[in-house]
Ligand binder design. Structure first.
Ligand code: SAH
Length: 278
């Protein structure tokens, strides 16, 4: 989480602010001043090391990130807009902000990671293709397991009526709360500290369930809390038990008969789904 920086931006950003902004005008070269104050020199060095997109034109860097994801296969325009709107660098430590718009997972402390933007995009795109999401034109009521730093919850909040996200590690639960409040998303995302394997029956059923941690199988509670027409997307141990794959479960209702249909997708690599809280 970044601290001690310039005040954070209001969220959500108006979409017309997402176009790349013109590069700052070149400044005339500074005359050599051997006795320049050390702190000033350090600040200048830091400014030069930062990618041009961090800071005033981070919307431009995000736009380039989503354009890359689109070239690599992300199709749903609404997901593209959501990824373009959420300032990922606000969810990682200042020292890692420089890498925030690369398609990579990054450490968020406590042995956990923020997911790769391409994987966040892919999973949410799969959710958007579920029956209820197609009927409603948005995700409806979403359950996320594994809040982490809150990045994916913020992206989901752009596309859902309501997001409930559960985290089992107290410090990360609190970090996510601070991150989301700073972006004025506190009201749209309900954060729960608890064991996400149990889901949250009191707030269910959910039109969409998404897990950011993978176990050996899908917990029964998730399947029980998936609304008719709902879709679940989660990583899970692949048959054979050596790698993880993305699993999609649809709760279909045909002629008044409910059934759960499970399909396996591409290999993925997520942190383990653990039980209990810490
Ligand atoms: N969605 C997050 C990714 C976080 S990594 C983001 O955008 O940053 C996955 C998270 O799942 C970790 O924070 C881990 O603590 C959490 N997790 C693992 N098992 C869990 C469980 N049973 N209940 C809730 N959270 C869990």
């Amino acid at each position: 989480m970044s601290t001690g920086e310039a005040p954070r931006r209001r969220f959500p950003l108006p979409l017309d602010k997402l176009s790349p902004q013109p590069a700052a005008k070149a400044q005339p070269r500074e005359l050599l001043r051997p006795q320049r104050h050390l702190q000033q020199a350090a600040q200048d060095a830091a400014r030069q090391a930062a990618p041009s997109g961090l800071g005033m034109d981070s919307a431009g860097v995000r736009l380039r990130m989503v354009q890359r994801l689109q070239r690599e296969g992300l199709k749903d325009e609404r997901v593209v807009q959501a990824l373009a709107a959420v300032p990922r660098h606000e969810f990682v430590d200042t020292a890692l902000a420089i890498q925030a718009y690369e398609d990579t997972s990054l450490p968020i402390g406590h042995g956990q990671t923020i997911s790769k933007p391409s994987v966040v995009g892919r999973m949410i795109e799969l959710l958007m293709a579920g029956a209820n999401a197609r009927a409603q034109g948005q995700l409806g009521r979403v359950l996320e397991i594994g809040t982490g730093c809150g990045y994916q919850a913020a992206v989901l909040a752009c596309l859902a009526r309501q997001v409930l996200s559960i985290e089992r590690l107290k410090p990360l639960h609190e970090k996510a709360r601070a991150n989301l409040e700073a972006l004025r998303l506190g009201g749209r995302v309900r954060l729960i500290y608890g064991d996400g394997r149990l889901g949250h029956a009191g707030a269910g059923p959910f039109d969409a369930i998404i897990a950011a941690a993978g176990g050996e199988d899908l917990p029964e509670a998730w399947l029980a809390q998936l609304a008719p027409g709902g879709r679940l997307v989660a990583p899970m141990l692949a048959p054979g038990g050596r790698s993880q794959v993305l699993v999609v479960v649809d709760h279909l209702v045909e002629a008044g008969v409910s059934r759960l249909v499970r399909t396996l997708h591409e290999p993925v690599l997520f942190v383990p789904l653990k039980s209990g809280v810490l």
